[in-house]
Write a protein that binds this ligand. Structure first.
Ligand code: ADP
Ligand code: ZN
Ligand code: ZN
Length: 755
């Protein structure tokens, strides 16, 4: 019999399996009206039943053995525009569509999950009723009855200052406040009522008063351009290059206000939400509750609540770190990326997407605009502007006309140590700290090494203590009774008193970390209040606490890693010290200079944002290095020019495209062979493409050869065009199924970290 070619109604469905492709199912007549992109469907996968997510529906010839969809699941569906964006993202990064879809799904609700009897691999919460909590409200009654009751009086004063407050907050502040509240209620001074829970910690504080400043001329020009671009509904991209303190935030706020008037939603991406309580405060002051702040401290319920409000258009602005790229904002028209140069926009596990790059795609797919903001644009963004793919908007001066801080080099080659005896606390820096302290001004010291001492060495045989699971040295942390910790895995042990190799007990702690710097400063300046901001002291809530103390001037010297370099606007900081400007330059990465320059300019930008002029001292053994020299002169354009020239000569991004293929396994030989096999496949493609079109490097041992006992190898692809790179990467991708199961391979398209 002749084979029949008939078309049918088909659905491509993402299933939660690590396969690149969506699966095709038949859509039965009875479901035809109910099935659309973004809805969840029950389908068969082999002998199992599973829940998948429809990516697209189409008419076509059904593939051999295609099965029908069984059911459309009730509950929430992903917006169709978000689904097509996810499909494009998955294809670009060669990532399994099932994993990409997970990035955008609202959080799981355990109850909803239990309620469904079939296994739901894509569980989506059904509606959850908002949680009500108890609040108190101050009444107009006169408090004559509570004289002499200190606690009651101050509690009442607090509630009066806020108008109304959740009881839980008063409990936290006053400790066991329930009895007092009860009494005040019985006296008619407080009233109890129920209200929807404040959505998250950022919303626990009352909204600050907003007094929008009159925009400067440069701000006005930038705002006008963005407003007309928003109104035109033509996709476009902007690079907002504004020096530190130039008032980029005000430009963002006005652009969002304009988008709101046009009934379009906004996504704003920031490097790390916990580091930006001030920025969130300004957004809330301007837009009140029309802002969803997405951050890791949210409970699933809060997260779901925000997801629903954004999807329905009830809330129009989403702010968050890179994953906010997937917020289901209705009628999206504006995507803002603040500090677009920040490496945290690249996800370094699972689906390795770059939120900055993808924000352009997301905005454009919706006919919207994308604004990349920075004082130190990435080479990628700068090149987009030079190619005319992005329009550059400049804010060349500080908003309140403060001068840029003066930056001075301290050449450590010719400078001895100051009074502390520590060579990394030179005399000029020591004197500058004294001076600022005497004027009661604040100081930031930047040192990009956490822990107490970066290495632990036996002075007899010279051996370094290293991680038993990774090929890296252990860091000494003084806290918790003195431990040696690996910064690559979770290994931690009590510090050794004796060398395991030569049994000598001459163990030296070498180098300077933030913990030791904090201790050294406390000893040298006993009256100063010293605080530290790095990943060891600060996660989520704690970061906010430290920053709040600095803002309240309860801290004189803030010591920290790159966390202190972020966009903080602290008007009383007049001195910034960079302990070791060379650290960032020693990383084996073609972006080392770029990163060093950005860190220096950003941290320098924290100084002198208030009345008094700022001063920045940069300690270095490399004063001639162009990253340092240009940073000293605040010369971002000069740096970009020079760095672009170097990149072009060496054909590095943005003048080429890269993909880094990482191969690892517990079995060293298996990893090595797999890497060799992948390199061979890529070379075969390179030969076909012709000389110079696709460059394959490796296989080679990774810079960190072993992590968590897995041996690491890599293959690097570099191509002059995106398409060429894709051909090579696709060929490798197609080979993955043939590699031994013990070998893990990740293909990192447009890698940021090369480690
Ligand atoms: P950036 O993010 O560009 O470093 P910010 O947005 O933090 O700068 O602004 C720096 C400071 O300038 C903030 O304190 C802000 O309130 C203030 N500012 C911004 N725009 C204006 C303006 N037009 N007039 C007065 N002050 C402004
Ligand atoms: Zn030894
Ligand atoms: Zn380790």
């Amino acid at each position: 019999m002749e084979e029949q070619h008939c078309t049918a109604h088909l659905a491509d469905v993402a299933l939660p399996v690590p396969l690149a492709k969506a699966f095709t199912y038949l859509v039965p007549e009875s479901l035809a009206n109910a099935v659309g992109p973004g809805c969840r469907v029950l389908c068969t996968l082999g002998a199992r039943r599973t829940v998948g997510l429809v990516i697209s529906v189409r008419e076509g010839e059904p593939p051999h053995g295609a099965k029908p969809l069984l059911e459309v699941m009730a509950g929430i569906a992903l917006p169709a525009d978000l689904v097509s964006f996810l499909a494009r993202l998955a294809s670009y990064y060669l990532a399994p569509i099932g994993e990409v879809v997970r990035l955008a799904l609202p959080p799981t609700d355990r109850d909803a999950e239990r309620a469904v009897s079939t296994p739901t691999l894509f569980p989506i919460a059904k509606g959850i009723a908002p949680r009500k909590i108890q609040w108190v409200l101050a009444t107009a009654a006169i408090e004559s009855q509570i004289q002499g009751q200190a606690k009651a009086a101050s509690l009442l004063a607090t509630v009066r200052a806020h108008g109304e407050m959740p009881i839980s907050k008063l409990e936290a502040q006053f400790g066991g406040a329930r009895a007092t509240i009860k009494r005040l209620v019985s006296q008619g001074l407080l009233e109890l009522f129920e209200k929807e829970a404040p959505r998250d910690p950022f919303f626990a504080d009352p909204i600050a008063k907003d007094c929008p400043p009159e925009p400067t001329k440069a701000q006005r020009e930038a705002i006008a351009v963005l407003e007309s671009a928003l109104a035109s509904t033509k996709p476009s991209t902007f690079l907002l290059h504004g020096v530190t303190g130039s008032g980029k935030t005000e430009v963002y706020l006005r652009a969002i206000a304009c988008a709101k008037e046009l009934r379009r939603g906004t996504i704003m991406l920031v490097p790390e939400i916990a580091l930006t309580p001030q920025l969130v405060g300004r957004f809330r002051a301007r837009f009140g509750d029309d802002v969803a702040v997405l951050h890791s401290a949210l409970t699933p319920r809060e997260r779901f609540d925000m997801w629903r409000k954004l999807a329905s258009g009830e809330v129009n602005v989403a702010i968050g770190a890179r994953s906010a790229l997937f917020a289901p904002v209705a009628n999206l028209g504006l995507v803002l990326v603040d500090e677009e140069h920040d490496p945290s926009f690249k996800q370094e596990e699972g689906v390795r997407y770059h939120a900055r790059d993808m924000s352009i795609l997301r905005a454009h797919m919706q006919g919207g605009i994308c604004v990349l903001g920075s004082a130190t644009p990435s080479l990628e963004a700068e090149q987009l502007a030079r190619l005319g793919k992005a329009h550059k908007l400049s804010l060349p001066n500080r908003a309140r006309e403060q001068p840029m801080p003066s930056v001075e080099i301290i050449d450590l080659r010719s400078m001895g140590s100051g009074p502390t005896g520590n060579p990394k606390l030179s005399l000029p820096l020591h004197r500058a700290i004294e001076e600022s302290l005497s004027k009661q001004e604040q100081i930031i010291l930047f040192l990009n090494r956490r822990g107490f001492a970066p290495s632990i060495r036996c002075e007899s045989c010279g051996k370094l203590a290293s991680c038993p699971q990774c090929s890296v040295a252990l860091t000494f942390h003084k806290s918790r009774g003195g431990t040696m910790q690996c910064h690559w895995c979770d290994y931690a042990a009590k510090v050794i008193a004796q060398c395991p190799t030569c049994l000598s007990n001459r163990i030296a702690l070498e180098g300077l970390g933030t913990e030791k710097l904090e201790e050294t400063l406390s000893l040298a300046f006993p009256k100063a209040r010293v605080a530290r901001l790095d990943r060891d002291v600060a996660s989520g809530k704690n970061i906010e606490k430290v920053l709040a103390r600095v803002r309240a001037r309860e801290v004189d010297i803030l010591v920290g890693t790159q966390m202190v370099a972020k966009g903080h606007d602290l008007p009383h900081v007049t001195l910034v010290g960079v302990i070791n400007a060379d650290a960032a330059l020693s990383i084996p990465d073609f972006r080392a200079s770029e990163r060093a320059f950005q860190l220096l300019v950003q941290v320098a930008g924290r100084a002198g944002r208030g009345e008094a002029k700022g001063r920045v001292l940069v300690q270095t053994y490399n004063p001639e290095h162009h990253a340092i020299a240009f940073a000293v002169h605040h010369d971002t354009s000069g740096f970009l020019e020079r760095e672009l020239k170097d990149r072009r000569e060496l054909s590095y991004p943005p003048f080429s495209r890269m993909a880094l293929v990482r191969v690892d396994s517990l079995d060293e030989a298996a990893a090595k062979n797999a890497a060799a096999e992948l390199a061979k496949v890529a070379r075969a493609v390179a030969c076909k493409e012709g000389h110079g079109a696709l460059d394959v490097r490796g296989p080679a041992v990774a810079p960190i050869a072993k992590v968590r006992n897995r041996f690491r190898f890599r293959v690097m692809l570099k191509a002059i065009s995106r398409e060429r790179l894709r051909q090579g990467a696709l060929a490798m991708h197609a080979t993955l199924g043939q590699l031994p199961r013990t070998v893990r391979v990740t293909i990192d398209v447009d890698p940021v970290s090369l480690l």
